[in-house]
Design a protein around this ligand. Structure first.
Ligand SMILES: NC(=O)c1ccc[n+]([C@@H]2O[C@H](COP(=O)([O-])OP(=O)(O)OC[C@H]3O[C@@H](n4cnc5c(N)ncnc54)[C@H](OP(=O)(O)O)[C@@H]3O)[C@@H](O)[C@H]2O)c1
Length: 281
């Protein structure tokens, strides 16, 4: 059996849906990741073969003001999972982030590139990667710029603002690969099926700025909202972000045969899924 912890989150939800009857979701009210006792009790009771960790403290700016919480959830919590999964002989799949890199490379980041997180969120997620390695059977999957039907995300924010405003300022100097949580779930599925271990990058392919992504969202959704390019400095968020954080996914393709879809194609499919959910065909 596969256990998805953090099953109510944006990614957790889609993972659970994709894995279907082979998976069991674990929710926050059932298991508190920062409590070793809680983690041990739940996992020793379920005895899964694989645990996918979709839990995180994901509020990047919030992590700057709540650093202790960030390291508890994103770092110590993963050590709790690693210890118990190692003890019961289960694989630990730890979902991580492009924010472990500093954005200075200018071409896609590879799995062995030097990490240098700029923010508390990035540092706490890096601690999570290090702690996941306590279980020799670990799989660390770094991803980025996620959106999905079951959580707050950039696409939903743009669709809401696009209906309210005629013009929106969006950052043009951060480059990445927007990634649909359904496609990430498929990539994780293929990594588990191929019994991969170690660190992998998984994202939709191709790259754009947030500004280009916003324009694509409005175009696909038929909204006429004007997108005004602004700089990261002008936006003035508390946590620093990497300027170039595209993840190279060649290792994923080589080791599993999985071909990640282009980000624009994935966006179209997401908007279609969203229309179907809302009953608009
Ligand atoms: N979102 C992105 O753009 C992005 C980018 C790169 C990487 N990632 C990584 O992808 C993974 C999934 O992200 P996501 O956006 O799907 O996250 P999310 O929607 O914020 O969901 C996180 C889940 O973690 C649970 N949780 C938080 N603290 C917990 C605790 N102390 N104990 C147990 N459960 C707890 C939450 O439950 P409650 O809500 O019930 O508290 C929620 O279900 C994370 O590892 C994240 O770091 C995300």
């Amino acid at each position: 059996m596969i256990v998805v912890v953090g099953a109510r989150g944006m990614l957790g939800h889609d993972l659970l849906e994709l894995f279907g009857s082979s998976a069991r979701g674990v929710y926050h009210d059932e298991m508190e990741i920062i409590s070793p006792v809680s983690v041990e009790k739940v996992l020793k009771n379920l005895r899964p073969k694989v645990v996918i960790n979709a839990i995180a403290y994901t509020d990047v700016d919030g992590c700057e003001t709540n650093q202790v919480r960030a390291f508890q959830v994103n770092g110590d919590g993963v050590l709790n999972l690693a210890r118990v999964t190692a003890e019961i002989g289960a694989k630990l799949v730890q979902v991580s982030t492009d924010y472990v890199f500093d954005g200075s490379k200018g071409k896609p980041w590879l799995e062995d590139d030097l990490v240098n997180p700029l923010s508390t969120y990035g540092r706490s997620k890096l601690a999570g990667e290090e702690n996941a390695r306590f279980n020799p059977d670990h799989l660390i999957v770094r991803t980025q710029w996620l959106y999905g039907l079951h959580g707050k995300n950039f696409v939903e924010t743009m669709l809401r603002l696009g209906k309210e405003k005629e013009e929106i300022g969006v950052v043009h100097d951060q480059i990445g690969s927007p990634t649909w949580t359904v496609d990430l779930s498929r990539a994780i599925h293929s990594l588990i099926a191929a019994d991969c271990r170690g660190t992998y990058h998984a994202a939709n392919v191709g790259s754009c700025s947030w500004c280009e992504f916003a324009s694509a969202i409005f175009e696909e959704a038929g909204l006429k909202t004007i997108v005004k390019p602004i700089t990261t400095g002008e936006l003035g968020r508390p946590a620093p972000r990497p300027l170039y954080s595209v993840l190279g996914c060649g290792k994923l393709q080589r080791d599993t045969g999985f071909e990640p879809e282009g980000w624009r194609e994935a966006l179209k499919k997401y908007l279609k899924a969203r229309r179907q959910r809302n009953g608009a065909g």
